[in-house]
Design a protein around this ligand. Structure first.
Ligand code: SF4
Ligand code: F3S
Ligand code: FES
Length: 257
């Protein structure tokens, strides 16, 4: 027969548990700091997310614990981390979907700020600048054109790619990104795919190819598919990358078509 404590439900039907959360701690600013796992115990609550558990730890056990969040709703991308070795969003991960022992580490690939906090913003900015990932129009274009209506189907296609929240999970899961420091990753290739669709961007295909037609772009991707597996927005990244690669190869072989 179950006791009162055991009868309490956590999340979707699971019995309340005492979670052991192992966090990889390291502060690169502190010369004394050494990377180590620190274990915190947290009582699981119904519908608890990892974000809530981490706040609980910071509020009650260790105010020095570093991790990022802004929206708590899977929109800003700032709470991405390695959750039991897999990139994901802390604010969208229910503790009930994980075991009683949970291991958290910062996303690899990005500059570490401290503990679970990494500087994705700096990398994303640099990548956007390299790819000139903004709408290019000629000076003569009436700015009102930027507000022009477009076909709903096209707007929907663009919107689908715009759902990327720049969380960095795709890069953390990508073998090519580990080997090539300047690889723009699925997030960068997705940006170009989105701009190619946008009629307000007046660049020709050749201009895009100039930006991503090398080993740091579409030809660096080895179709490892980690990006698509972990993307919290379920973007169809592989189809976009494969499509651009095919188009570029065709343009190289048949330049006049
Ligand atoms: Fe995150 Fe997906 Fe965008 Fe990559 S493509 S940054 S995984 S939302
Ligand atoms: Fe990396 Fe995704 Fe290509 S994981 S190798 S960008 S398919
Ligand atoms: Fe914004 Fe998690 S806090 S995506």
């Amino acid at each position: 027969m179950k006791g009162n404590g055991e009868a309490q439900k956590a999340g979707e039907g699971a019995v309340a548990r005492r979670l052991k959360i192992n966090v990889l701690r390291y502060n690169p600013q502190d010369p004394e700091s050494r990377p180590h796992l620190q274990t915190f115990e947290v009582d699981e609550a119904p519908s608890m997310t990892l974000f809530v558990a981490l706040n609980d730890i910071r509020d009650r056990q260790d105010p020095s614990l570093q991790f990022d969040f802004v929206c708590r709703a899977g929109i800003c991308g700032s709470c991405a981390m390695l959750i039991d070795g897999r990139p994901g969003l802390a604010c969208r991960t229910l503790t009930s979907s994980l075991g009683e022992q949970i291991t958290l580490a910062p996303l690899p690939f990005f500059e570490l700020i401290g503990d679970l906090s990494v500087n994705t913003g700096k990398w994303m900015r640099g990548m956007s600048e390299r790819l000139e990932a903004w709408i290019h129009t000629s000076e003569e274009v009436d700015v009102r054109r930027l507000e022009e209506r477009m076909e709903p189907e096209l707007a929907e296609q663009i919107y689908e790619l715009e759902r990327c929240i720049e969380c960095g999970c795709c890069l953390a899961a990508c073998g090519t990104a580990r080997m090539r420091e300047n690889f723009v990753g699925a997030v960068g290739l997705n940006k170009i795919a989105r701009l190619r669709l946008d009629p307000r961007d007046q660049r020709a295909d050749a201009d895009y190819y100039e930006l991503i037609g090398d080993d740091n772009g579409v030809f660096g991707c080895m179709s490892l598919l980690g990006c698509q597996d972990v993307c919290p927005k379920d973007l169809d990244l592989q189809t976009q990358i494969a499509y651009m690669r095919r188009k570029m190869l065709r343009a190289a072989v048949f330049p006049s078509r």
